[in-house]
Design a protein around this ligand. Structure first.
Ligand code: AMP
Length: 280
């Protein structure tokens, strides 16, 4: 596996591959890799000839400076995991390489960037759009792979591709979970043992929401259920919403949409975790 830190080296590698007719797959990450990330690498390897992963903790998408400072970094382990998964190249640039100047661009995704994560993390999706558009310009992949753990992000990326006319197929990939159901996340490593135990209640209550909705429980009651189940002070719910799975419009009643997704953001101690479940 090639380890690239400079744009010029990345471009040399990619133009050589492209001249051989290779289909390029791309997996952007912020590192501190886990099996969830590796599942994206595998998904790419299944349908492309060359898989490129990027590792870049993008400062412009962090609205909370402390969150950026404590974001976990495990570059040696990341490289080993990618190598083992059969990734072809990893691009690990520093911030000056990606942002030689301050990125002043402002994106507008309408409703989509003003709700849920957009409402609770101001500027987050603008930062995501900045870095992903830069990485797309550099890698020019045929296909790019994103996890549905970040459900709203996948929709933002699809909107970005449409807005900027990128000839890139966005491939959403399923959420990988720990044995107890907790969605894998780099941030899980920041939890204390007690918080880690407490965090496992999140997927449990999300499954309860699914069960209750199947039995006909309506959305306001589901919200009450979540509040009741996560009332211990170790939890602080940032939001819980049931949305149209296609548009992400927030719903008050299941009758307002055909397909439904429940999404949650919840602090466990100081660490903010997100999860979602398609209801059926
Ligand atoms: P991150 O490093 O957190 O920015 O994530 C990089 C990519 O991995 C994003 O597309 C995430 O949605 C995806 N990802 C993160 N956690 C998981 C997971 N548990 N299962 C599947 N994909 C994931």
């Amino acid at each position: 596996m090639l380890i690239l830190t400079k744009i010029s080296h990345l471009e040399t590698f990619l133009s050589q591959k492209r001249s051989q007719g290779s289909i390029i797959g791309f997996v952007p990450t912020m590192g501190a890799l886990h099996e969830g990330h590796i599942s994206l690498i595998k998904a790419s390897k299944n349908v492309t000839d060359v898989t490129v992963c990027s590792i870049f903790v993008n400062p412009t998408q962090f609205n909370d400076k402390k969150d950026l400072e404590r974001y976990p970094k495990t570059p040696e382990k990341d490289v080993m995991m990618l190598e083992k998964a059969g990734c072809d190249a990893v691009f690990m640039p520093d911030a000056e390489e990606i942002y030689p100047e301050i990125d002043e661009r402002r994106f507008d995704f309408g409703y989509l960037d003003k709700i849920l994560e957009g409402a609770h993390r101001p500027g987050h999706f603008n930062g995501v759009a900045q870095v992903v558009s830069i990485l797309f310009n550099l890698v020019k992949p045929d296909k790019a792979f994103f996890g549905q753990k970040d459900y709203q992000q996948v929709m933002i990326i699809k909107a970005l591709v449409k807005q900027l006319h990128y000839p890139i197929e966005i491939v959403p990939c399923p959420i990988l979970r720990e044995k107890d159901g907790l969605a894998m996340s780099s941030r899980n490593t920041l939890l204390t043992p007690d918080e880690r135990k407490a965090a496992s209640l999140i997927p449990i209550v999300m499954n309860e929401v699914n069960e209750l909705s199947r039995k006909g429980t309506e959305i306001p009651e589901l919200k009450k259920h979540i509040e009741e189940r996560l009332k211990d002070p170790i939890y602080k719910i940032d939001y819980f919403a049931v949305c149209d799975a296609d548009t992400l419009k927030e719903l008050n009643s299941f009758s307002e949409a055909k397909y439904h997704v429940a999404l949650i953001a919840c602090f466990v101690g100081k660490i903010r975790l997100i999860d979602n479940i398609i209801l059926h």
